[in-house]
Design a protein around this ligand. Structure first.
Ligand SMILES: Cc1ncc(COP(=O)(O)O)c(C=O)c1O
Length: 400
């Protein structure tokens, strides 16, 4: 049967994720710097086993039943407390629990985007956010990045230009802390500027914050949501990198009116986030499992980042440059212009047994970033980091 002819027009804008395609290599003899996977040793396995048994014994049927679309009330309270410890003033009515932050990204598209709406993002930006939103056919305007994140001086000019053209700007999307894919962090000064621009032009800001919990080198920043005085920041976070990505738990913090819209959108998507998992996160927070896990993750990932930076320094040929991430999971690498990292990937995988994510897909416009790639430094072991970077350097040399 020819299914293709039955598919909706919007499927033409669904692109296969290069990251997903790559995940399957992670189990072979290929060293994968591809997916954004945590080091599995950071999963508090024994605590989670105890919590799972406790939740079933103590919450019983409640944990196995359908739940409120906004989330388990006790968890929303607990997430409000957790957020307060991260500088964000919030109460339960500001919070909706989602199936990872990914669901929140999808809901943003459903709630805000029409064909021809304008959204502003960092360029490069998180690939799966672009994937979620492209099906709604918005105009995506990318703002260049430097070592301090989004160039807000350019943002200011772009907003002015777009407004003068009558654009309907729906939101500015940013991953201000340990950005995916570049690993860079926006200092507070620039955050203030971003919010000033949003204030002056009455714009919503989406702050996507999976990595704000693990910054290295004693860097501290203030979350945009903590600086938000007019309820214009929609904050997204997740338990994926500090507890377990397999539980698929994230949350949104926003004005109650925005939370209500998210709940309406979520009802049609999945009614509620798995109740059992929500109770497990509740217990993980109540017992301090997550709070104790975070400093251990920071210590391990800092060492892994340093190991990858050392390996890059030792093995990469001249003309290759990379970011020094302030946190998170990724290093962003630029190779000489003549190399197309997507074309090189097949050789990297089949001949040299190393994988990465080609950078092109993180870019807003066709043709950009063909000589870039994203390397994950958290999943591989220290030995694999050294050997994998050596293999990658050999691959690049073959293409020079
Ligand atoms: C910037 C960013 N946003 C959102 C997500 C989605 O994470 P999850 O759905 O696991 O919460 C990720 C995952 O890597 C990410 O890097």
């Amino acid at each position: 049967m020819n299914v293709t002819k039955l598919l909706a027009g919007r499927t033409a804008y669904m692109r296969a994720s290069e990251i997903r395609e790559l995940l399957k290599w992670a189990t072979s003899d290929v060293i994968s710097f591809g997916g954004g996977m945590p080091d599995p040793s950071t999963f508090p396995l024994e605590d989670i086993a105890r919590i799972a048994a406790y939740v079933l014994e103590n919450y019983g049927n409640k944990a196995l039943q359908y739940g409120q679309t906004e989330g388990v009330p006790e968890l929303r309270d607990e997430l409000a407390k957790f957020s307060q410890s991260n500088g964000i003033k919030a109460s339960a009515e500001n919070i909706i629990v989602t199936v990872g932050s990914q669901e929140a990204l999808e809901l943003l598209g459903r709630l805000f985007l029409d064909e021809g709406s304008t959204i502003i993002t960092e360029n490069p930006t998180y690939i799966a956010a672009l994937q979620s939103w492209r099906v709604y056919r918005p105009k995506i305007v990318g703002i260049p990045m430097d070592d301090n994140g989004m160039r807000t001086d350019i943002l200011e000019k772009e907003v002015r230009r777009l407004k003068s053209e009558g654009a309907n700007i729906k939101f500015i999307y940013t991953v201000p802390t340990a950005q995916n894919p570049m690993g860079v962090t926006m200092p507070d000064e620039r955050r203030k500027h971003l919010l000033e621009i949003a204030e002056e032009n009455d714009l919503l800001v989406v702050e996507d914050d999976p990595y704000g919990y693990f910054l290295f080198d004693n860097i501290t920043v203030t979350r945009l949501k903590a600086m938000d005085r007019s309820g214009r920041v929609i904050y997204l976070s997740t338990a994926s990198k500090i507890f377990s990505p397999g539980l698929r738990l994230g949350w949104v913090i926003a004005e109650p009116e925005i939370v209500r819209w998210f709940a309406l959108g979520k009802q049609a998507l999945n009614l509620n986030t798995p109740t059992l998992n929500q109770y497990m996160l509740l217990e993980g927070l109540r017992r301090g499992v997550i709070q104790r896990n975070i400093p251990k993750i920071v210590e391990l990932y800092k060492k892994k980042r340093d190991a990858m930076l050392t390996a890059l320094e030792s093995y990469m040929p001249k003309g290759v440059t990379w970011t020094k991430p302030s946190g998170g999971m990724f290093i962003w690498v630029r190779v000489p212009e003549k190399i197309d990292t997507k074309e090189m990937l097949q050789v990297a995988i089949t001949k040299y047994k190393v994988a990465y994510v080609p950078g092109h897909g993180f870019h807003v416009n066709e043709g950009e970033g063909r000589n870039t790639m994203r390397l994950n430094f958290t999943y591989s072991t220290f030995e694999q980091i050294d050997l994998g970077v050596r293999r990658l350097a050999d691959t690049i040399r073959e293409f020079l």
